[in-house]
Design a protein around this ligand. Sequence first.
Ligand code: HEM
Length: 552
Amino acid sequence: MSKTFKADEVASHKTADSLWIIVDDEVYDVTKFADEHPGGKKILQRVGGKDASKQFWKYHNEGILKKYKPKLLLGAIEGSAKASAAPAPAAAAAPKPVLPKPTPKPAAAAAPAGEKKKSEALEQFGSMVPYGDPAWYQGYHSPYYNETHAALRAEVRQWIEEKVEPYVTEWDEAKRVPEEIYQDMGKRGWLAGLVGAGYQAKYAKYQCASVKPEQWDAFHELVLTDEISRTGSGGFVWNVIGGFGIGLPPVIKAATQSVKDRVIPAVINGEKRICLAITEPDAGSDVAGLTTTAVKTPDGKHYIVNGEKKWITNGIWADFFTVAVRTGPEGSGMNGVSVLLIEKTMPGVTTRKMDCSGIWSSGTTYITFEDVKVPVENLIGKENQGFKVIMTNFNHERLGIVIQCNRFARVCYEEAYKYANKRKTFGKTLISHPVIRLKLANMARKIEGTHNWLENITFQAEGMAEQEAMFRLGGAIAALKLDATQTFEFCAREAVQIFGGLGYTRGGQGAKVERLYREVRGYAIPGGSEEIMADLSIRQAHKVHKALGMKL
Ligand code: HEM
């Protein structure tokens, strides 16, 4: 902290011409800011020259200070802890444990997945709001995480808290995220690990600082996705990984080598963008009914593509489109579907941004393909066997949705929990009212249930080959997606109720829950609607268990 002030010096700055206030032992010059203060000028003048910490925390959340500090901060009160402390990195802000630490288990017991799990990560991390973070953040035993997961968690959280969270509402309202953010994720080596197919070291120019490529597992992907979802903005999460996480895996798994070499490095290094285009105005979960056609030219060198795609995340910014097309005759259903890589530079590709209820900064797009000439080398997988490529992609997509929904549900809970501890009604804090505690209890038990099932399925997937995972876990993942979106919906609803009018207002203290409430349907409908998920969960499990020798 560079400059310090005595309290009586601050006290002399209490007029409209020179207006200073103290918040948590730090001194802010709000003279110019007062005119644009959304809460009003007079309210600031009333606390001019004084310690306004109590009033400040009544009306704002942490994000405000992070955002305005660089502009308004003058220094600290002389003799205060703030005066001597160097600003602590956000990720290091977790309180010190007050209870004895849980005893680490012997490495062997904590290492069911083999070599990679060397030791448990038992350090406390985060706000320690009960259930406000997964249990392993709060010092409880877990067989799934080790010190590399903890290191990645800290790395991502610090970045999110400093570079993203203070601006996320602004970006959502502007319906876009600065391009540097996605590029930064590439440079941090994070995109290379988010494709559900191991860390793409071969194509990565950059490497993740806290995890070596050979250590990377599905739980690192879980931690990374979970941490970026703490922003409480589906628009932000889908902006940076929504198109990428589902558009790139088919290329990695089934494209020709020349396409892989051209597309994978550009995308994982954050230089280009990719999206997945399956849904059409008239074909959503019913993939077999899609009508976009790809007809081979007589010389067999190209496909001519015609059709429309709708609700395509990131489409507006994408350089590459992983597109499901019909190469078989009309009525060929799932046996006539192929996947093609179409490029923005190809004549006949047009994109138009769509307006939806939520997830605003994700760039939801309507795409038209008109006589687009696509080289046959851009075929992903085999002709007429694209359905398999699409189906293989679904598990990864759905698990991503589950991770995001689960953290969004937790964000709703955490925000509501914190607010319930500061907001007073009828002379006591909200949390003192049993009816509010009941809401929080029901939120927490649902969130923990989903999270534990998510971890278990992630662990199962780690131990299975892709085809086996598709067969054995497809049903359970569908059920989990259903569970996650319904938990998210419940928690968003209850959090808005706890926030009252602030949860119904865009921006301000209830910004996250207001936004998330609008985003629930954006998760419950795509990637397999709740109805399709419920049906599939039983149908698929029945098929699997019949094959496993089920006796009825
Ligand atoms: C560093 C000083 C401050 C900054 C940067 C600041 C910034 C803001 C911002 C951005 C908002 C919009 C709502 C939001 O995004 O949360 C807001 C609202 C508000 N602020 Fe401040 N503020 C400051 C100090 C204060 C103080 C000291 C008081 C009270 C004495 C105050 C009272 C309010 C009120 C009443 C609202 C409206 C809340 C609502 O809509 O429910 N602010 N402030």
